[in-house]
Design a protein around this ligand. Sequence first.
Ligand code: PEP
Ligand code: MG
Length: 300
Amino acid sequence: RHRLEFQLESVVGQPAVTPDGRRIALMSNVDLPDEIESAVRVGAEGVGLLRTEFLLTGRAVLPTEQEQVDYFRRVSLAFPDHPVVIRSYDVGGDKFPSAFRMPQEANPFLGWRSIRVCLDHPEIFRAQLRAVLRAAVDRRIQLLLPLITTVDEVLQSREMLAEEAEGLKRAGVRAAESLPVGVMIETPAATLIADQLAEVSDFFSIGTNDLTQYTLAIDRGNARLADRFTPHHPAILRQLDMVLSAGEARGIPVSVCGEMASEPLSAVLLLGMGFTTLSVAPPSVPLVKWVVRSVPPTAA
Ligand code: PEP
Ligand code: MG
């Protein structure tokens, strides 16, 4: 363990390259502002999943557009040479910000959550889209849409983004005119129409936490079922393969940002399947990079 710890420290400044020379983009997930610095310190190559729900939790009022711009720019400036993927509000399910006045539901994880809430509350969604566009001036910022189950949700979101970009331009506000829009694949529905989603997406990011939950019909937070909750189930592995193939067929990048990528053995599996972009929790970056650099290609 002592030897491994030493190796993990030394791996931080080295590139994430497999022994057979495959370059892996090893990015970090960032949930809270505190994690920006740790993600930089461990050498993450940008942020593959910037969760934005903390902007809402523990407060009664919504964040202003400017507050969001400031936060997104702060994250982006911390990674001057790498992309930052901002996920739109993924509220509902286990995240109940009071500002949204979420209703009591019998099945919140199957309920009014995530992109559904955003599309039903365009005034809130549009403010976030404007903030992303404004933050993206001269920065490599991308937008990621969570819990997508239909092509129409992507088209509607893109239309709103384009309208907001146009509005900012008309108003003379400095903002990006467009930016890459990605889709989270985290429901079996999204996997099964991945070929269609690929036609309206610039990239895919696979959320294996929800994908496992919705495929296996196992609540991701239920401790009693924790040993049954595994992304190694063949139903998940097949979906990972299907999504990667759908992305490759259309020529769009496919990454994995669920917890699975942070777990060393699962990371080996993902590398072996052909994934080249992983986004992991900041403390896992050195270990996953060590895995990338160590695992012989034949073993993967
Ligand atoms: C996922 O579902 O795998 C994911 C990355 O999103 P979250 O954990 O925030 O639901
Ligand atoms: Mg999710």
